[in-house]
Design a protein around this ligand. Structure first.
Ligand SMILES: Cc1ncc(C[n+]2csc(CCOP(=O)(O)OP(=O)(O)O)c2C)c(N)n1
Ligand SMILES: [Mg+2]
Length: 407
């Protein structure tokens, strides 16, 4: 290869081989051994374990908790989808998260989820919230009740899917609008900084958010103000029924964040250990005053954008062409290919390989989770329905309101 002046130049990595001493993993190992501060210069976290080894250092019970959380999200949805498809009395609905479970689970496992509200980390979600909610630790039976408009639900039955919220675990909530959640989350991050708190704010947003102005103003402000904000972009390739390349010029949306000077990571969103690795790194940096991080998790959703058209009771995912539903916006083979890299299977295999549990114990855990979710639905769907008046709760101020003083 020649440089601008026509001189022959050779690059040590021309053959594509990076010796371990020069690779990021080798560098991290060296830095860990010498205790040197690690300054991050590259941005890719791949399934080969290229970034960090935080997950490997976790005790078995924390890893098993992650596996359990992935399963809870999966079985909550399988059960809810079956209700939607098979029970004419079921009123609930959801934007399903199946296929993406490892993202919420890996990120929330790196957060502080227990303790007083003034100390826990806060999560802001989107229109696809139930996975984020479960990973943050909400009470599943009351969430099930909420999603079916029951008066004893998590939010009294007036929030349903699109506005579920449980501040007691730092799950600030779902948001039906594409755009604002990152701005609101950065407001919390600003408050943490202003108060001198070491809390962290996390926002989950889809690839579609790139096209909203909020995406760009959030990242700019987060960098300028050095906010403890972690922006998790769940790139599941589609916004509603359009491929993300229709509205975003970047193959890796993380490249956009790098333009704002924010450390950005692209991670395999199907592997919970890799998601945890990058999340832990981001949380540590934010707590230490190092500012924001952008994480782009490459992932995929198994169902339609909304609800379960094209899906069959008892089956995972929606396939095929259904003239009454919009399931033909993506190739069926694409769905099946992503299902080959299922987050449940990947987590299970890694934990078996690491000797955390064997296949028998993994199966028992799955049975325990199925029973827990079945119980949650039994309780939730036996609760009283909310009344039409409940729908007006928190819309108007109740009682008398003092006349506003001007001047
Ligand atoms: C401001 C605004 N415009 C449009 C919509 C309609 N809408 C709901 S979800 C969605 C697509 C979101 O795609 P993405 O951000 O990739 O998230 P995903 O659904 O893939 O999880 C759109 C356009 C909306 N809710 N808000
Ligand atoms: Mg999307």
């Amino acid at each position: 290869m020649k440089d601008h002046d026509g001189h022959e130049v050779t690059y040590p990595q021309d053959d594509g081989h990076v010796p371990e001493s020069e690779s990021r993993r080798g560098f991290l190992k060296l830095a860990a051994l010498t205790g040197a501060a690690v300054s991050v210069s590259t941005r890719r976290a791949l399934a080969n374990g290229d970034i960090g080894y935080h997950a490997m250092d976790l005790p078995d019970d924390r890893l098993i908790d992650m596996y359990r959380t992935i399963l809870k999200i999966r079985w909550h949805e399988r059960t809810q989808a079956d209700q939607m498809l098979g029970n004419p009395d079921y009123r609930g609905y959801n934007h399903f998260y199946a296929g993406q479970e490892a993202v919420a689970t890996g990120v929330c496992a790196a957060l502080r989820n227990d303790g007083p509200f003034e100390q826990i980390d806060l999560v802001y979600s989107s229109h696809r919230p139930s996975g984020h909610a479960i990973a943050k630790g909400v009470d599943i039976p009351t969430m099930v009740a909420e999603m079916d408009f029951r008066a004893t639900g998590m939010n009294g039955g007036y929030a349903a899917e699109m506005h579920i919220s449980d501040p007691s675990v730092g799950f600030i909530g779902a948001d039906g609008m594409i755009g604002p959640a990152p701005v609101i989350a950065s407001g919390s991050a600003f408050a943490f900084r202003a108060r001198g708190s070491d809390q962290v704010a996390v926002v989950f947003a889809g690839d579609g958010n790139y096209a909203a102005p909020h995406f760009h103003s959030t990242l700019n402000n987060a960098k300028i103000l050095d906010l403890p904000l972690i922006y998790v972009c769940e790139n599941n390739l589609y916004h509603q029924y359009a491929h993300y390349s229709y509205s975003c010029p970047h193959t890796d949306i993380a490249d956009a964040a790098a333009a704002y000077g924010i450390p950005a990571r692209t991670v395999d969103g199907q592997d919970v250990t890799q998601v945890y690795n990058v999340a832990k790194e981001a949380v540590d940096r934010a707590r230490a005053g190092g500012g924001p991080t952008f994480i782009e998790a490459k992932t995929y959703r198994y169902y339609n954008h909304w609800g379960a058209p094209g899906a069959k009771e008892g089956e995972l995912g929606a396939f095929g062409y259904d003239p009454l539903a919009i399931t033909s916006f993506r190739p069926e083979r694409e769905v099946r290919a992503w299902m080959q890299r299922d987050p449940v299977d990947i987590a299970r295999k890694i934990l078996v390989d690491w000797g955390v549990f064997d296949d028998v114990r993994a199966g028992q855990i799955e049975d325990e989770v199925k029973a827990e979710i079945a119980e949650a639905f039994e309780w939730g769907l036996s609760q009283p329905l909310c009344t039409p008046e409940d729908g007006l709760k928190h819309v108007f101020a109740e009682g008398t309101v003092a006349i506003r003083q001007f001047g």
